[in-house]
Design a protein around this ligand. Structure first.
Ligand SMILES: [Zn+2]
Length: 132
């Protein structure tokens, strides 16, 4: 995962290949599709859905108190990433559930976690055009 956290508003980013247009995570030395070394970064919407998940009920790290959800998130733009689903009961998580990124600072790191997304993307897009 690439996370732009130096900016006031953290956001998800993925590498985009300048040769074939493939969007991928994590970024690496070459495009995994065509092996081109030329790529840039593109901001992602932070929206996606749960591709699969598991509920951890044993504590492995002091920073993660069970029960908590580890999920493979299928991002709207295509790449997939591992993260936590938060903001809901672990038992309520389902495959295919719409989620959106939520950023939390833990020490010096900013984590991209995901929470249920009950709002359609079009509603957010319309809201962005409104004066605040
Ligand atoms: Zn490529």
């Amino acid at each position: 995962m690439s996370l732009a956290h130096d900016t006031p508003s953290p956001r998800l980013e993925a590498a985009v290949c300048k040769t074939c247009g493939h969007l991928f995570l994590p970024s690496g030395p070459v495009c995994p599709r065509c092996w081109s070394a030329g790529f840039a970064t593109r901001a992602l919407s932070g929206r996606g859905s749960v591709a699969t998940f598991t509920i951890y009920r044993q504590q492995y790290d002091p920073g993660f108190v069970p029960p908590y959800v580890i999920a493979l998130i299928a991002l709207a733009e295509g790449p997939r990433m591992i993260s936590n689903v938060v903001g809901c009961a672990p038992e309520s998580v389902r495959v295919g559930m719409p989620v959106r990124a939520r950023f939390e600072r833990r020490g010096e790191r900013v984590l991209a976690l995901f929470e249920p997304d009950g709002v359609a993307p079009t509603a957010d897009a319309a809201r962005q055009g409104e004066p605040s």
